[in-house]
Design a protein around this ligand. Structure first.
Ligand code: CA
Length: 233
């Protein structure tokens, strides 16, 4: 691949925005910026970026609304939210709206580059041969179209959610740990010891979609102390 990967930085604080651009360019990416919500939304919807770094608190339109709008149009667009370190609600909300991952401010450059690299790597996963995951006769997921159904209800998924399901579905005989999912689906090396609730929140989102009763999962089950397992019933 010859062209540089393009990253959009949506951040209203000039010092952080400039710092991010410097770091991205230094690491070989092409960077573009938006300093407020409306400009960020405009550029984000242009489809020209391999990844969007999206601040939460923005003038005009906030990062959550932008994330929501992007997902409504493009479920594949990689998005990393920039959240305040102390704000659990921001992290949970961003991931619930379909962000691929988050980085808490203030962040280290190493941590940021790690997450960017991982999200970009995983976004280029090829689509497999059999495009369907079936769980009993109630739930079906089309991994190519990111769609599915539970009973008569239509479902839609993000790319990342489908990758979680697919990874679990090709390992039906054993529980898969959170670390393994971070490694295989998000692309983090195992020894990187990333502290992230990304996996848990994605599991919770998936349960709300594929489970009749998300509080008593029958398909995406927790194996205590071991991880998660996907089963037909
Ligand atoms: Ca801000």
């Amino acid at each position: 691949m010859s062209r540089k990967l393009r990253i959009l930085v949506v951040e209203d604080e000039a010092a952080i925005r400039t710092g991010l651009v410097d770091v991205l360019v230094y690491h070989g990416y092409e960077a573009d910026t938006a300093a407020d919500g409306p400009a960020g939304l405009d550029k984000a919807l242009s489809g020209k970026f391999d990844l969007i770094l999206l601040d939460v608190m923005l003038p005009g339109v906030d990062g959550f609304a932008i994330c929501d709008r992007i997902r409504a149009e493009d479920r594949e667009q990689p998005i990393i939210m920039l959240t305040a370190k102390t704000s659990d609600e921001d992290i949970i909300r961003g991931l619930s709206l379909g962000a691929d991952d988050y980085v808490s401010k203030p962040f280290s450059v190493a941590q940021l580059m790690l997450r960017i690299g991982a999200v970009l790597r995983r976004s280029r996963i090829a689509v497999e041969q059999d495009n369907h995951i079936r769980l009993g006769d109630n739930v079906e997921v089309d991994t190519r179209n990111l769609s599915g159904r539970r009973g008569g209800q239509a479902l839609s998924f993000t790319r990342r959610e489908v990758e979680v399901l697919r990874y679990l579905s090709i390992n039906p005989e054993r529980p898969v740990s959170r670390d393994e999912l971070l490694n295989k689906v998000w692309g983090y090396a195992r020894n990187q010891d990333i502290e992230t609730r990304t996996v848990d929140i994605h599991i919770a989102k998936l349960r709300r979609k594929i489970e009749t009763d998300p509080s008593r999962p029958r398909h995406l089950v927790t194996v205590r102390g071991a991880g998660y397992r996907l089963q037909a019933d």
